[in-house]
Design a protein around this ligand. Structure first.
Ligand SMILES: Nc1nc2c(ncn2[C@@H]2O[C@H](COP(=O)(O)OP(=O)(O)OP(=O)(O)O)[C@@H](O)[C@H]2O)c(=O)[nH]1
Ligand SMILES: [Mg+2]
Length: 340
């Protein structure tokens, strides 16, 4: 299953920071700003009804929160979008209202898709400028959207925001009803929580305190299922051991059997792939064009792109590939050219 999930929101709200926290458990205080856009291809295991667990190849698209970039690159960015995480900054109420503009542009291109709204920088709740007026407005504009209080800085709510939007996206793509959603969602949350702890793993007691709203018996049942499915192990090396969770000591630790989160930025990945495929005397953009012609997708990992018109893809790929190396001045020139 291949999914495309896009992060939208104004500049500086913390889109890149949320992705970095979620995928790499990393946070940078310094603001660098995203130049153009980036794709984070990620493999996640998601719980599926009947099939237990499926691997989802998810491309998270991180877009610079700049209206001129949106104007020029809206189509390639939003084409094929299946889920959206819209981000605002709790210190700047305007960033909440402007989510509507992002959603309008996105919906025109990709149609209605599930959206979650992250109120980011909640660690600065002291200077929170979002009150009941804003929440009422939000409920009216996005009645179905789940809201998350997040902090990329502390990690609060980040796991929940991403796993919920992934789960809603999977549901929407599979066209399944809501009935089984909670179960799948919960299994995925356990997996993601334990995977996110990496080599630390997690004890039963830690899981109980993390998922206070879930009955311990249900947690134990899921732990057993996940161990049976070999998605979790009671040994950091993933060796098969099976002890019923109910019989295991509260401090027994569980480990994720394989780190499911693979992170490659498109620029690095495309660059490496291009460099490897380059023939003598060929320029990078010639390689891209040759690959596009032969139908061998450079972006196999970002499957949502497969239906994207190739001539547009060419231009966009070259732009993305160069993205991080472009100076702001060059980016501005690129944008002016794109607008003509
Ligand atoms: N205190 C606090 N600062 C945050 C949080 N998330 C992000 N920041 C800071 O806010 C600034 C902007 O974060 P980015 O992630 O670059 O924002 P962005 O939305 O990707 O910005 P553009 O790429 O320009 O659209 C950085 O200095 C981050 O360190 C948070 O949860 N709490
Ligand atoms: Mg960014």
């Amino acid at each position: 299953m291949q999914l495309k999930i896009v992060l939208v929101g104004e500049r500086r709200v913390g889109k890149t920071s949320l992705l970095e926290r979620y995928l790499k458990n990393h946070f940078a205080e310094a603001y660098t700003g995203t130049l153009g856009g980036r794709v984070y291809p990620t493999d996640l295991e998601v719980g599926l009804e009947g099939e237990d667990i499926a691997l989802a190849h998810i491309a998270f698209f991180d877009l610079m929160g700049e209206h001129s970039v949106r104007q020029v690159f809206a189509e390639p960015f939003f084409f094929g979008t299946q889920g959206v995480l819209a981000v605002c900054d709790v210190e700047r109420p305007d960033t909440l209202h402007l989510i509507k503009d992002w959603m309008d542009v996105m919906t025109k291109i990709a149609g209605p898709v599930p959206v979650g709204i992250a109120f980011n920088k909640i660690d600065r709740a002291d200077s929170m400028a979002i009150g009941p007026g804003e929440t009422a407005w939000l409920r009216k504009e996005f009645p179905a959207a789940p809201m998350f209080l997040t902090s990329a800085r502390t990690g609060q709510g980040v796991e929940d925001a991403f796993s919920t939007i992934v789960s809603l996206t999977v549901d929407a793509v599979l066209g399944k009803g809501r009935a089984s959603r909670t179960g799948r969602l919960f299994r995925q949350r356990i997996l993601l929580f334990i995977a996110g702890r990496g080599s630390l793993g997690s004890s039963k007691a830690e899981l109980f305190s993390e998922f206070k709203a879930i009955l311990p018996a249900q947690i134990m049942e899921e732990l057993d299922n996940l161990v049976r499915l070999e998605a979790l192990a009671l040994d950091p090396s993933g060796t098969k051991t099976f002890v019923k969770a109910a019989e295991a000591h509260g401090t027994t630790r569980y480990w994720h059997t394989q780190m499911p989160v693979k992170t490659v930025t498109l620029s690095e990945d495309a660059y490496a792939a291009l460099a490897a495929l380059k023939r003598e005397g060929e320029s990078f953009s010639e390689v891209v064009r040759r690959l596009a012609r032969t139908g061998r997708s450079l972006l196999e990992f970002a499957g949502a792109w497969k239906d994207f018109p190739s001539e547009k893809m060419d231009r966009y790929l070259a732009f993305l590939e160069a993205g991080d190396r472009l100076s702001r001045a060059k980016l501005a020139r690129e944008l002016r050219r794109g607008r003509k």
